[in-house]
Design a protein around this ligand. Structure first.
Ligand SMILES: Nc1ncnc2c1ncn2[C@@H]1O[C@H](COP(=O)(O)OP(=O)(O)OP(=O)(O)O)[C@@H](O)[C@H]1O
Ligand SMILES: [Mg+2]
Length: 424
């Protein structure tokens, strides 16, 4: 086959993109072991046609591994990097992380990495270099492993009020949903802001809410409490309402010595629901809700407005957690674009030894408006194209990628080895 390829590439005279597609790319895909059902040619996205999308069908859905765009012979490929980045950012191309550009002689492979940036990982000046291309585009490297557990549980907490716990819970869940993950939000706050923020009027939740977990009278299996696709955006929710105050006050007096493990144990039984991520939105208090959330969580995410009082409050948070949960980091939120945050960021890193996410979510009216309207920033972006909501949605998308990369990404997205590794 290799010899066939060598002669193919030597004989293939390409005068146009069409020539390259039929004389080079289709044989190349065959050579790499892909079958015709593994690729779509002229793939129709709502933003236009892509030359090739290579992937496989899972659960009746075509899941792309990588995208391939053909440019005319002799064109300078690097000029099209921004176009590849544009494609890789399209929500409906979800899990595709690699983009290939070729002009029939040169071939460049880009990775849209988890930190939200496009990196060139290989540039082959000569398509005859087939072994190395094959290693990089081998489908085995792109298949994600199945997650075996109930999903990663991320508690969002800060003892300081109004710093964006709810805003972050909703929009991070929405960003991850957009990337193709199955997400659930558990509203563990009697203020029920994430319930409202997902468009559900809390009193209407009756017995189908988080309170049922803590009252003996109404105890129900946790999966019965889920509101599927709560706001028409494929985010599932276990809602809350004001009665959670009294229920938890009673619950915290109960004799049960393992009471703070209750939420964790119930979440374990959600395995068959196959969530990739479960977010717990918490109130700004260090009471039983805090204990429940840090016991149930695999990770803690700490939103902060990066102002002095918030930063001072981090010492209480660290005392309270006592290393009982892995803190993924602090997320700067509701930060004014004009504010220089280098000092607070340095303080968080150096004094509190906490990671801080590179992507900051800035203060924008649209972020506040959308939760008020019971929709996510992504739904607002769709309604009003090309304005501030797009920029805000973009910030949440990049933050979600940074979150993925800070969690051991292997379970979720296959990591392609680096070129250095393959060549070693
Ligand atoms: N990036 C942002 N831009 C503009 N407004 C924001 C932003 N983030 C949060 N807000 C607004 O700030 C207020 C507090 O945010 P949010 O309710 O998410 O905080 P919280 O930490 O959950 O509060 P609580 O401690 O009461 O639960 C809300 O009115 C929200 O809409
Ligand atoms: Mg809140």
């Amino acid at each position: 086959m290799k010899d066939f390829w060598q002669s193919q590439i030597e004989l293939a005279e390409c005068f146009s993109e069409g020539d390259i597609r039929t004389k080079i790319i289709v044989p190349l895909l065959h050579y790499l072991g892909y079958k015709p059902e593994n690729w779509r040619q002229e793939y129709n996205t709502d933003k236009g046609l892509l030359d090739f999308v290579i992937g496989q069908t899972q659960d009746n859905q075509f899941q792309p591994f990588f995208l391939l765009e053909v440019k005319s012979p002799k064109s300078t490929l690097a000029l099209y990097a921004h176009q590849m980045e544009y494609w890789l950012k399209q929500p409906n191309l979800k899990k595709a992380r690699y983009g290939v550009l070729t002009n029939g002689s040169e071939l460049i492979i880009y990775e849209y990495s988890l930190d939200g940036h496009l990196h060139k990982i290989a540039d082959f000046a000569n398509l005859r270099n087939l072994d190395n291309i094959g290693l990089l585009l081998d489908k085995k490297l792109f298949v994600a492993e199945e997650s075996q557990n109930c999903g990663k549980v991320i508690s969002i907490y800060n003892n300081k009020g109004g710093v964006g716990k709810t805003t972050l819970s909703i929009n991070m869940a929405a960003a991850l949903q957009e990337y193709g993950y199955k997400v659930l939000i558990i509203d563990l706050d009697a203020q029920a802001n994430s319930t409202l923020g997902l468009g559900i009027y809390p009193p209407n939740t009756q017995d189908r809410n988080i309170i049922s977990l803590f009252t003996e009278k109404h105890q129900q299996p946790i999966e019965k409490l889920i509101w599927k696709n709560a706001n028409g955006n494929n985010i599932d929710l276990i809602p809350s309402n004001i009665n959670l105050y009294s229920a938890l006050s009673e619950f915290s007096k109960s004799e049960n010595s393992r009471r703070e493990h209750l939420l964790k144990e119930r979440i374990q039984s959600l395995k068959q629901e196959n969530y990739d991520f479960i977010f717990i939105d918490t109130p700004p208090s260090m009471d039983i809700t805090f204990e429940l959330a840090i016991t149930a969580g695999d990770y803690l995410l700490v939103p902060s407005d990066l102002k002095p009082f918030s930063i001072y409050g981090l010492s209480h948070l660290l005392q309270g957690t006592k290393n009982r949960i892995q803190i993924l980091g602090v997320v700067g939120n509701n930060v004014d674009l004009a504010v220089n945050v280098s000092k607070p960021l340095a303080q968080i890193r150096n004094e509190y030894k906490l990671n801080i996410f590179e992507q900051i979510i800035h203060n924008r009216n649209c972020v506040a408006q959308c939760t008020g309207q019971g929709i996510t920033i992504f739904q607002m972006e769709k309604q009003k194209k090309g304005n501030a909501s797009s920029v805000a949605a973009g910030e949440f998308r990049v933050l979600a990628r940074q979150l993925l990369s800070s969690i051991e990404g292997k379970n979720y997205i296959a990591q392609a080895p680096t070129l250095e590794y393959l060549m070693a």
